[in-house]
Structure formats: C-alpha cells, structure tokens
Design a protein around this ligand. Sequence first.
Ligand SMILES: O=C(O)[C@H](O)[C@@H](O)[C@H](O)[C@H](O)COP(=O)(O)O
Length: 239
Amino acid sequence: MKTPELDLPSGIETHFSETPQEAAQQLADTVAEFLRGRLHSAERASLAVSGGSTPLPFFQALSRKTLDWGRVDVLLVDERWVDETHEDSNTKLVKENLLQSNAAVAQFLSIKQSGSTPEESLGAAETELTNLMRPLDVLVLGMGNDGHTASLFPDAPELSHAMNVKNRDALAAMTPPSQTHERITLTYALMREARFIALHLKGNDKLETLKRACSRPNDVLEMPVRGFLKSGLRVYWSP
Ligand SMILES: O=C(O)[C@H](O)[C@@H](O)[C@H](O)[C@H](O)COP(=O)(O)O
C-alpha cells in the first residue's frame, strides 16, 4: 500500500493499515497492552470509546483480549439522545460488541441517565462519573468530515463551553442543528488530558478531512478535532 502523505504536527504517530480489520486489530493490541500496563500500577483503569461505525471491528477484537477486565471502567465519549434499543444508540453498540467475551465483566459507566434532554440528565451523569479517576487512561476518538470528534460539533451552540479548557465538568449537553439527535459528550478538558489518545479513522474522505484539519491547526472551534492533533496522538487509519 502506498503510504498516504500527511503533514501532521510533529510527535503524532501514524499507523496505516491495508484493511479496517488490520487497523482494528493493531489498535486493540495496543490498547490492551496499555490497559494491562496501567493495571500493574493502579487499582482500576479507564477506557473511553467512541460510537459511530468505525469502531465495530475494534470493539470485537478488544473484547477478546485477555486482561483483568473486572478492574476496567468503560464509558462512551458521547451518546445520542435515543433509547438504548434504538439503532443509533452508542450504548447498544458498546454493549453488543465490546462488553462481550472476556470484556463482559468490565464496568460500564453510563453517560446517558434518565431525563428528557441531555441537559436535564447532566447532574445524574456527572454523578455516575464521580469515582472515575482523572486523567482518563485510554481515549479512542473518531472524527466526522465536518471536523467533529466525540460530540464536539462545529455548529453546536454549546461548543465554546464544552471546549473551554477551564471547564472542569466531565460532561456537556450538545444540540448541534446538523444532527438528528441531541447529544451528551465528555468535555474537551477531560478528554485532552487522557494518558493514551488514539484517533481511529476509516476511508479516504477522513484522510482529506485530516489534511484540512492540519492546514489551520489553531482554529479549534471550526474543526474541534484540531484540539487533539498534538504530540502523543496515535492515528490509526485504513481505507
Ligand atoms: O457518536 C458519534 O457519532 C461519535 O462518537 C462520533 O464522534 C464519531 O466517532 C464520528 O462521527 C465518526 O463516526 P464514524 O465512525 O461513523 O465515521
């Protein structure tokens, strides 16, 4: 495979694979290894994952890894405001694909608590995350072609609040007009301090978006993913 040309900021590691399965497997190997390492020195480890379509093979590969899953807290970086039985539910995706096999005994911390809007459930969702140690251990992000990541959407009126580095809340309610469902997301301040951050991408369109994001790295409100394009990030990509 011809290695895609990308002018990423220095210190970003790239892993380009021929197939989505290969990328998923590589990412699962690395995440499992990192979690094992954390569990040597800490009582619990945390794993924050994205929804959408890209992570499915990664979830399946990771769920079969051998590690002390009973000491791992799994949470979503964002959720759509739908019922858990809805096809668009990220919780459903994670429960059906990641919290299976060896990973079935991991503890799932739900960022979607009861309430008719994300705003209404924020208090209960923050409570759910009270015992989560900061910083997060592992954060696996996706990216949309508008430059969003997690539910940090460029058109959300709440974006500056959710991306404010001084905002110590774990969560923010998001109502991007471009999206069918309202959303709840981890805040940028919480996510950016994670010990291990990966951006998992599939498709040539995502590479083009990444190039666009690299062209003007400082305008994070235009493309929120820019906030993560820093030394230490690991990019996993396949066509
Ligand atoms: O719930 C979500 O929608 C996400 O967590 C979101 O940030 C996702 O990661 C990107 O939109 C990429 O989605 P795809 O993997 O479907 O391209």
